[in-house]
Write a protein that binds this ligand. Structure first.
Ligand SMILES: *Cc1c(COP(=O)(O)O)cnc(C)c1O
Length: 401
């Protein structure tokens, strides 16, 4: 009789993941169990410095006592009532977001993709209300990432994400990022809206120039198109200002938010001017879960914390230090360091996967943005000492490659 040795609980869990979960993610071979500050721990108690933050989500890090308290208080109140009824937390969060932004009104969704879907619908409705029923095109840009749903993925020009899923939403038009001539050639009388990330995340951490955003504002005004800023990743303090577009002085007509908004709970938001909002009437858009009482109460706490001037100054200071220290790394594999605040790219001349895999060995969590870019989007509470540790470990990793 042969016996197979019992798997450890960790190995069993990994095996079950392979057996029961749709295999759309390739995960590293450890299981995370808890976190503290900017550090995560696996089932063996091994610590990992977290430069991912759940993909730019966990702005306040792990086990933050004030966030936990806000969640506990919110959890003992109403969780969900649907949007059929008034609840205080939703209204209070909307009011706070309006007071801190260009916007006049807010619609809450459950994710970034859904916020962008809503932004597309609202933009088309703006044109429809004006009687411009053929003004339906949405201009997006090379390298953009707006989400995985059928509308948002149509605005995400990447073959792997689009090719197998045709037909996508019609009316998507692609121009070149940071190229105003290209934008001008694609924006016209049929353009309902232009959607752009002030700093591209997935596309490789590319920062839009202020001239580019100013030019888009001008083109949209000229052609009566709605300007949408997708700040799902770059917004809410990530770049060292509350909104990434503040660096350019340009304001959009619509801004979409999501990732860090509720401290790790799922939420999205569409912020807009009165001119956009007034095109929408009862029954024309909706969501069962969006803007639920619990999640918006938690988001209120997160936005309050993130928008403190000292908090934003910390992001800028540590972000600048991160760029400075990464620039000192000396390897023929490194092509460029770039970014804004705590949204930073280390671009290599090769595939970054071996560096990310070696990172796991050395207790670093890192994520790519495309093939050649390591993207650093850590908890915004990360300190300079974490940067020093990162650079020490990367020095070792690059020396061995
Ligand atoms: C992550 C992301 C999205 C999609 O958000 P989901 O919550 O994953 O749907 C959209 N836009 C940008 C810029 C993103 O980074």
């Amino acid at each position: 009789m042969t016996t197979t040795p019992a798997l450890s609980m960790t190995d069993q869990l990994i095996q079950d993941e392979h057996d029961f979960i749709v295999q759309t993610y390739k995960r590293p071979p450890f299981v995370l169990v808890h976190g503290e500050g900017a550090t995560l721990f696996d089932t063996n108690g091994k610590p990992y410095q977290d430069w991912v933050a759940g993909i730019a989500v966990n702005a306040l890090g792990y086990n933050d006592s004030r966030l936990t308290h806000a969640m506990q208080v919110a959890a003992s109140g109403l969780i969900h009532t649907s949007n059929l009824y008034y609840t205080a937390p939703q209204v209070e969060l909307a009011k706070m977001l309006v007071e801190k932004s260009f916007a006049d009104r807010v619609f809450f969704s459950n994710s970034g993709a859904e916020a962008n879907e809503g932004a597309v619908k609202f933009s088309r409705k703006v044109q429809y209300e004006k009687g411009l029923k053929d003004k339906t095109e949405i201009v997006c840009f090379s390298g953009a990432f707006h989400g995985r749903t059928m509308g948002a993925v149509a605005l995400t020009p990447k073959e792997k994400y689009q090719q197998p899923f045709h037909p996508l939403m019609p009316g998507a038009v692609v121009a070149e990022y940071n190229n105003l001539e290209s934008a001008a050639a694609h924006i016209g009388s049929r353009t309902a809206a232009v959607i752009v990330e002030p700093v591209q995340g997935e596309g490789g951490v590319n920062v839009a120039t202020p001239e580019f955003l100013r030019g888009l504002r001008h083109l949209c005004d000229q052609h009566g198109a709605v300007l949408i800023f997708d700040e799902v990743q770059c917004g809410l303090g990530r770049t060292g200002k509350l909104w990434a577009h503040e660096w350019s002085g340009v304001t959009p007509d619509i801004m979409t938010l999501a990732k860090p908004l509720a401290g790790g709970l799922p939420i999205g938001a569409i912020l807009m001017t009165e001119a956009v909002a007034s095109a929408m009437h009862p029954g024309e858009h909706g969501t069962t879960f969006g803007g639920g009482a619990m999640v918006t109460a938690v988001a209120h706490h997160v936005v309050e914390r993130i928008s403190e001037p000292e908090f934003l100054a910390h992001v800028s200071e540590v972000g600048d230090y991160l760029i400075e220290r990464l620039s000192e790394l000396n390897s023929p594999l490194i092509k460029e360091v770039r970014g804004k605040g705590l949204m930073v790219a280390l671009e290599l001349v090769t595939d970054v996967s071996p560096v990310i895999e070696q990172g796991y060995e050395h207790g670093l969590l890192m994520v790519n943005a495309g093939t050649n870019v390591i993207r650093f989007v850590p908890p915004l509470i990360i300190e300079k000492s974490h940067v020093d540790t990162l650079v020490d470990r990367l020095t070792t990793i690059f020396a061995a490659l």
